[in-house]
Design a protein around this ligand. Structure first.
Ligand code: SER
Length: 443
């Protein structure tokens, strides 16, 4: 099934069950200082869950663009290394605002995956929160459900919070077993494990509480439902692949990068640069289309980190300027039918990316040279840790965000001294406040 058809099938299914379609909201959350970027479909409905505003309809559905980089849900470090993490992805979800609850949400999900998508019963596994026997019973009552495919997990897997403060509740997740070819390490490949074999495809959150900064919970006005199914993961399952990057969502970009760089894509760990570039080009393009610009703080700095990470990986493939910009152009032409704002913003987006590429390429080589010298020095000293003051120099003089230094360090089997970096940064800020330094965080 093509990704466009998956999206349509999901919307058709829930619209036939009286759900009102709501367009994706911006990646920059409106009036919500608790969030860096929109990280889930429910964000735009938060005030409905809390009872602060009346929903236009008690049953809603959306395909929400999400970014998980920075903030509570941060997948940046995993991107490129796993088959299933992205900084940008699309999340399909159905929502009940005080209308139906567990019984109906589970029945709808089961009907959709087993009857509409016809996923094999032996492939489906379900996790519930270990305290939530009520959901367990409902799952066990679903037609064809395999009793030994029910798993009881803890808060980390089966309790969902939007952020530090906000609506939350226990959840139940549907996993698809991609089989041992996708991952076969018993330490990683189990339901809820870090491996790629058991792919979490749908999260059903039983929204029941509001949690404040002190971690105290109060009940929501009415129990509600928030579900999220990643389009990219569903495409992996329905296109019989082992990696999201092998689906029709990503292969056009991987092919394009192959053409531009004349390097062949390798789906193993060696292909990390391709995957990072494809993922980060989508994130960059979408964040910019929602008005974020690379800068030295806040959202703009997260965007800059993502872009510089992508630019550096692109340089590993080929020393040409403008590779991120040209992948972004592909993103715009591929995705504009669902997000026409990409075309409206095209010129702004492409010129901002190119500017950032030019700017960072002026200092990237110099920074890598310094890194190389430090590496040789560390070898002599028999040390494996890049000192904090060097990380700071790379940041301050060469525009290396700390996580980029960490990537380069990791590739060289080194780690970085984060605390040392923090104190060097703090010191520079204090000096700058007292007027005795020209330190500016403009990198
Ligand atoms: N909010 C939940 C999640 O992001 C379900 O949509 O997983």
């Amino acid at each position: 099934m093509k990704s466009a058809d998956i999206r349509k099938s999901f919307l058709d299914f829930f619209q036939a069950k009286d759900h009102l379609y709501t367009e994706s909201s911006s990646l920059v959350p409106l009036n919500d200082p608790t969030l860096l970027f929109t990280n889930a479909g429910m964000n735009q409905f938060k005030s409905f869950f809390l009872g602060e505003e009346a929903a236009p309809h008690p049953r809603l559905i959306s395909v929400q663009k999400c970014v998980r980089a920075g903030g509570k849900h941060n997948d940046l470090d995993q991107v490129g290394y796993t088959a299933r993490h992205h900084t940008f992805f699309e999340m399909m979800g159905n929502f009940s605002i005080g209308n139906y609850f567990k019984e109906q949400a589970i029945a709808y999900a089961w009907e959709y995956v087993t009857q509409v998508l016809q996923l094999g019963l032996e492939k489906l596994h379900i996790s519930i929160h270990h305290s939530d026997e009520e959901s367990g019973k409902i799952w066990l009552g679903q037609k064809g459900f395999k009793k030994d495919h029910l798993h009881r997990l803890g808060d980390e897997d089966n309790f969902w919070r939007m952020g530090k403060v906000g609506p939350c509740g226990p959840s139940s997740e549907i996993y698809y077993d991609l089989g041992p070819a996708a991952g076969n390490d018993p330490k990683l490949d189990y339901v809820g494990g870090e491996g790629d074999r058991f792919l979490e495809i749908w999260n059903l959150v039983f929204m029941q509480y509001f949690e404040n900064e002190e971690g105290q919970r109060s009940s929501l006005p009415k129990p509600s439902i928030d579900t999220g199914m990643g389009l990219e993961r569903m495409a992996t399952v329905l296109q019989n692949k082992n990696s999201n990057y092998d689906t029709d969502i990503f292969t056009p970009y991987l092919n394009f990068i192959e053409e531009k760089t004349k390097v062949k894509y390798d789906p193993s760990e060696k292909g990390v640069a391709f995957r990072v570039l494809a993922d980060h080009a989508r994130t960059t393009t979408f964040l910019m289309s929602d008005g974020v610009k690379p800068s030295s703080e806040g959202r703009g700095y997260v965007l800059r980190r993502i872009m510089r990470r992508a630019i550096r990986y692109a340089q590993n493939l080929s020393h040409q300027e403008g590779l991120l910009t040209s992948v972004s152009e592909q993103v715009i032409s591929t995705m504009t039918k669902d997000y026409p704002v990409l075309t409206t913003q095209k010129d702004n987006i492409l010129s901002s990316i190119l500017k950032e590429e030019e700017r960072f390429l002026e200092t990237l080589d110099g920074g890598l040279k310094i890194f190389h010298e430090v590496k040789l020095q560390l070898e002599k000293e028999n040390s494996k840790i890049v000192p904090g003051d060097i990380c700071f120099k790379l940041y301050d003089t060469y525009g290396f965000p700390l996580d980029l230094t960490e990537v380069v360090a990791k590739e060289n089997q080194l780690t970085i001294d984060k605390d040392g970096f923090d104190s060097a940064l703090q010191q520079a800020r204090e000096l700058s406040k007292s007027g005795s330094s020209s330190f500016k965080t403009n990198n």
